[in-house]
Design a protein around this ligand. Structure first.
Ligand code: UD1
Length: 364
């Protein structure tokens, strides 16, 4: 049987593909694990392979950073060569990063079936590069594996036939549950000298938050305000750190008392930071889901979310990125009882198995 190629590229892909790779291997299906190299730093990539017990990739494209066009094009050129050589029976992509659309596009034009994990999410904000990646990947994928029912509804509205769509649940929760105990052994709180249960956790990397000086500066002011109350731990994405330096804001940031800026953390340390935090402030997609699963209040610093179920059923609130708004929403939420939350259906740790069953039945 020709191999199934499992594609990863950027940080959020790793936790989505680790359990699926393991499941396919257990079924003794021939799998080639391919890393495009979109993310390449030790703490943006390698550490996840080690901690999530993924093997070294069979194929590493090493494309690195660049503009959207450069990065997407480089991945496409290299991935086409791989597909022509390996003639995969299927290509599996995940999420909404540039590696996702690049590999899906190459495979579909070679008539290779494409499966998309985390299909159907929509922010309805075409200024997000991820929204473009999501819509296009779904249109050209043969098998659309959705994390929640809202995703099925979005796909139906776009005219995608039911037959291509399977509701399988949220695969990130498989990884979260698989690693929760290991994360309890993390020493990260001691290392950062922070008190468990008494700090906020911040992540920030969206262009809409970090690419304009006045917006990033306003967010920093809001963090300074929160730091008068509790520590804010900020594992800074390289893109954000570069922008802080470029705008001359870095010195100001490191001088804020109680503002703990650190390098990006690996999966286990980060999970430990999330589990023990009082509140999470973020513009990440994955964190909105993980905080809902963990029952930690989450303020999302964006205008919209492609994960509305985390607001409807979970602990998430979407609050935008204006300084005063962040301060007010923080004040409102911090001493309130945590909102009752429901864990969405099929966020149960068994998503990889459900996907494995479908893929096995489709290719054999
Ligand atoms: C990408 C994804 C985004 C995802 C995020 C998670 C796209 C369009 N965006 O955004 O959806 O939420 O990953 O992190 O695919 N850099 C490094 N080292 C690395 C990787 C990046 O220094 O290992 C720096 C480089 O300066 C690079 C910049 O970060 O230019 C941006 O990286 P890129 O992969 O283009 O986008 P992200 O912002 O990470």
């Amino acid at each position: 049987m020709n191999p199934i190629i499992v594609v990863v590229g950027a940080r959020p892909n790793f936790m989505k593909m680790a359990p699926l790779y393991e499941d396919l291997k257990k079924r003794k299906l021939p799998v080639l694990f391919l890393h495009t190299g979109q993310h390449y730093d030790e703490n943006m990539s390698t550490v996840f392979f080690e901690e999530l017990e993924m093997p070294e990739p069979d194929i590493y494209l090493g494309v690195g950073s660049g503009s959207h066009a450069q990065q997407t094009a480089k991945i496409m050129i290299d991935f086409e060569k791989v597909c022509l050589k390996e003639k995969p029976s299927m290509v599996i992509v995940a999420g909404d990063v540039n590696s996702t659309i690049a590999c899906a596009l190459v495979a579909s034009k070679l008539w290779i079936p494409v499966a998309h994990v985390e299909a159907g999410l929509r922010s309805f904000d075409m200024q997000m590069p991820e929204e473009i990646n999501r819509i296009l990947t779904d249109q050209i994928s043969d098998l659309l594996l959705t994390p929640s029912i809202d995703a099925n509804e979005n796909l139906a509205k776009e005219g995608i036939s039911d037959e291509r769509v399977k509701l399988v649940g949220n695969i990130m929760i498989d990884t979260l549950l698989n690693n929760a105990e290991k994360a309890n052994k993390s020493e990260i709180h001691n290392k950062l000298s922070i008190e468990k249960g008494n700090y906020a956790l911040l992540t920030l990397h969206r262009p809409s938050n970090v690419d304009q000086k006045n917006i990033l500066s306003g967010i920093l002011n809001a963090m300074k305000y929160i730091c008068n109350d509790i520590a804010v731990v900020f594992p800074a994405h390289p893109r954000t750190k570069n922008k802080l330096k470029e705008f001359g804001l870095y010195e100001r940031a490191i001088e804020i008392p109680n503002f703990v800026i650190t390098d990006p953390k690996g999966y286990l340390d980060f999970l430990a930071l999330m589990k023990e935090s009082k509140i999470v402030l973020t513009d990440s997609g994955g964190l909105q889901e993980e905080t809902t699963a963990l029952g930690i209040p989450c303020l999302t610093l964006r205008k919209n979310t492609e994960r509305p179920i985390t607001v409807e059923q979970g602990t998430n609130k979407v609050i935008g990125n204006k300084e005063n708004h962040i301060k007010n929403e923080y004040k409102k939420i911090i001493n309130k009882k945590i909102k009752e939350r429901k864990i969405p259906d099929l966020w149960d740790g068994n998503t990889a198995k459900r996907i494995g069953d479908i893929i096995e039945s489709q290719i054999s």
